[in-house]
Ligand binder design. Structure first.
Ligand code: SAH
Ligand code: SF4
Ligand code: F3S
Length: 447
């Protein structure tokens, strides 16, 4: 820090929307400290890897990046190396032993404290911040990637204990933000020109359980549905999205709120994980495939065109071919708009990782391929409903493969392309007649 040029920072983000939101807040803190953003991680003076550990391959990725940065640091002591996020939380001190060049290891609950932690680093300390804390309300201004669409955290952490999942270990217990703080953030966003927000929680249906207050009927006063009624009319915000829903807690009241509140988009992301009741039980998910199907039926009763997406895991320990077939059957019956699929990956500190009936890599990749194949054919079938319809598309960029086209999303979150000039259309809601449908995207023309 002998030169007067501003220090440059780079953040690489892995993993889910929570990590993206955390990275945006960390970038905002660094901006406020006078750092300058730098695209190239190998030119930056401060490098943050905001990491994910949901599956082993996500975790391994970060070690190869760290290896290169550690070499750089051996030559230039001025480089500050930070590992944030879920691998940091999981590994803690162990990371320092593995990569002694690191300056700071910080868990996701500490994202808002980046400034303080860097001060400790500047005093010459190697810092590990992984102790559970109460997440302080964010008073800094995030540096957001988009100026149209923004993430808004509503609940941090997760109190579930799905037997395969590291999230509760690394994200800690549920902490809901107050409805007032959430609405205030949305109002600030609207004043800055944002039109779309996505409300975020690992299990968004758990929102409010930890806030005080109940209704005269004994229901919690601050359910997620109540939150939607409380924030739905923020002027300027045109679209409200939310994720992730848990089938165990999903309510009919939430579907009705979506049907009733014009700004709440008709898209539900409800991971089912498996279509087999025995496997669901072993996963500790707390519902059956019958219950899941009833949720889908209810959604389609109130909102026939709503998009439904989900996550699923194949080759969970002990999953038989027949049990896997039940997952295929569920996917075939429901016709998801989109499905994130993954082969089971044993994670440290989770019960299922210690079970003896782990399946081979061959079975994993075979089942994953078969499921993915079914997903694309069934999503393509589901896409047909868009043909010749007029959809509202919020334009967010140019088609990277065709400069004469712009792209955006329908209310149901389908990526849509059409001919147009980005200079004129950026950030506009445009009515688009759909002329061509594919499994996961649409093409149309402006009407
Ligand atoms: N809170 C969300 C999901 C969070 S993790 C929920 O409850 O559904 C995102 C997805 O990663 C999960 O839905 C699951 O499909 C997948 N996943 C989690 N742990 C996994 C593991 N050990 N192996 C493979 N996939 C996993
Ligand atoms: Fe993981 Fe289950 Fe919590 Fe989702 S609900 S984050 S899968 S423990
Ligand atoms: Fe990954 Fe952590 Fe999200 S493990 S999926 S970044 S909560």
């Amino acid at each position: 820090m002998t030169s007067t040029a501003p220090r440059r920072y780079h953040i690489t983000t892995f993993g889910c929307q929570m990590n993206k939101a955390d990275s945006e807040r960390m970038a905002g803190i660094l901006d406020a400290m006078g750092y300058q953003a730098e695209e190239d991680p190998y030119l930056a003076d401060l490098v943050v890897y905001n990491t994910c550990t949901i599956r082993d391959n996500a975790e391994q990725k970060v070690y190869s990046y760290l290896g290169r940065q550690a070499k750089r640091k051996q030559k230039s002591a001025d480089l500050t190396l930070v590992v944030a996020g879920c691998v940091a939380q999981q590994e803690g001190e162990k990371l320092l032993r593995r990569v002694p060049e690191l300056d700071l290891v910080m868990g996701p609950q500490h994202a808002n404290r980046l400034g303080d932690l860097l001060e400790q680093v500047q005093e010459g300390n190697q810092v590990v911040a992984t102790e559970p804390i109460y997440i302080m309300e964010d008073i800094t201004k995030p540096r957001r990637d988009s100026d149209i669409s923004a993430w808004v955290n509503v609940i941090y952490g997760c109190n579930e204990r799905c037997s395969y999942c590291v999230v509760p270990n690394v994200r800690g217990v549920e902490q809901s933000r107050t409805p007032e703080a959430i609405r205030e953030e949305m109002e600030t966003l609207a004043a800055q020109g944002y039109q779309e927000v996505t409300l975020l929680g690992q299990n968004i249906d758990a929102y409010g359980r930890d806030l005080p207050g109940s209704t005269p009927e004994g229901r919690h006063k601050h359910t997620f549905t109540d939150l939607l009624y409380y924030v739905h009319d923020v002027p300027g915000i045109e679209r409200i999205r939310f994720a992730t829903s848990h089938p165990r807690y999903f309510t009919e009241r939430l579907i009705k709120a979506c049907a009733e509140l014009p700004k709440v988009c008709e898209h539900f992301h409800i991971p089912f994980q498996s279509g087999d009741n025995e496997i669901l039980k072993a996963m500790s998910r707390g519902y059956t495939h019958e219950k899941y199907r009833r949720i889908v039926d209810k959604i389609r009763h109130y909102l026939p065109d709503a998009a439904i997406s989900a996550d699923a895991i194949v080759a969970f320990p002990g999953e038989t071919e027949e049990q896997f077939q039940n997952t295929l059957k569920l996917v075939d019956d429901v016709e998801f708009d989109q499905l994130n699929t993954a082969a089971y990956s044993p994670r440290p500190g989770t019960p299922a990782a210690n079970w003896e009936d782990q399946l081979s890599d061959e079975v994993k990749s075979d089942r994953l391929q078969r499921l993915n194949h079914l997903v694309s054919t069934s999503a393509a079938a589901r896409s047909q409903r868009y043909l010749d319809r007029v959809e509202e598309v919020l334009v967010e960029g140019q088609n990277p493969k065709d400069q004469s086209q712009v792209m955006g999303r329908t209310r149901t979150n389908r990526l849509t392309f059409f001919n147009g000039d980005i200079e004129q259309l950026y950030g506009k809601q445009v009515s688009v007649k759909i002329t061509d449908v594919r499994a996961f995207s649409l093409t149309g023309e402006k009407v």
